[in-house]
Design a protein around this ligand. Structure first.
Ligand code: URA
Length: 236
């Protein structure tokens, strides 16, 4: 994207926008070898911008991927136990992406990966309270009392949980499946909540993060976010 030169120079930490404007006016800034004028714009990924004879580092292109994480993969960037890591599944991606938040190794489903550190931090920050929807399979037939406890808040070691929504409950002879919508993301939260009300989780899959949906993306596959999705993410 084309941006004003003073903005790009300031973003690279070389000085304030004001200072950058002075350098431009003094003919000390060039774009692809041509002396720039005040008001000029440049593309931080494609253009060679020099200030006082020194080239600005080119901005890395931001990449946003939505992966259908399979069970068995860890969301760290390396694993002492030698288990596969989610980035092993990201083929032909020019940028080094990292997962936004964590899913347990045995959890499947929607995982965002990006090289945009600022966005990752914002999404993970508790202040943002982005809804996350999980498909949960527990052993046994979930009682109404347990469902109410899940919905109203469960006391865990690290404090009570915020209210949740339990929906689309269906039962088989020996299990209950339901969707659980959380507004926080503590370590192993769904598993600990279900255990605390007496129903161990046997399968866990994340279906949605905010407006992003796993949809029918195959297990182990990823897709880039659309432009529209990236813009909406920025608004969360
Ligand atoms: N809650 C869990 O218990 N595990 C996950 O991976 C995600 C949410």
């Amino acid at each position: 994207m084309m941006e004003r030169l003073q903005k790009l120079i300031a973003a690279a930490g070389l000085g304030s926008r004001r200072q950058a404007e002075e350098w431009i006016a003094a003919g000390r800034v060039s774009v692809n070898g041509r002396i720039a004028a005040l008001g000029d714009k440049a593309d931080p990924q494609g253009d060679r911008i020099c200030v006082n004879g020194r080239e600005l580092p080119r901005a890395e292109e931001k990449v946003y991927l939505l992966l259908h994480k399979p069970a068995g993969y860890v969301t760290t960037l390396s694993d002492p136990q030698g288990r596969p890591i989610v980035t092993d599944l990201i083929k032909n991606c020019p940028a080094r992406v990292f997962p936004v938040g964590r899913l347990d190794a045995s959890t499947e489903g929607l995982l965002l990966l990006t090289n945009d550190g600022a966005l990752a931090q914002r999404l993970a920050h508790p202040r943002h309270k982005v809804d996350k929807t999980y498909l949960v399979k527990v052993r046994g037939l979930l009682s109404d009392a347990a469902r109410r406890r899940l919905e109203n808040g469960v006391r865990l070691d690290d404090g009570p949980t915020l209210p949740t929504v339990v929906e689309r409950v269906r039962t088989t002879a020996s299990n209950t499946w339901f969707e659980l919508v959380l507004r926080e993301g503590r370590n192993r939260q769904v598993r600990r909540m279900c255990e605390a009300v007496g129903y161990p989780v046997v399968r866990l899959k994340r279906l949605r993060v905010g407006f992003l949906e796993l949809g029918d993306l195959e297990v182990g596959k990823f897709r880039p976010l659309t432009r529209h999705e990236i813009l909406r993410l920025g608004e969360l």
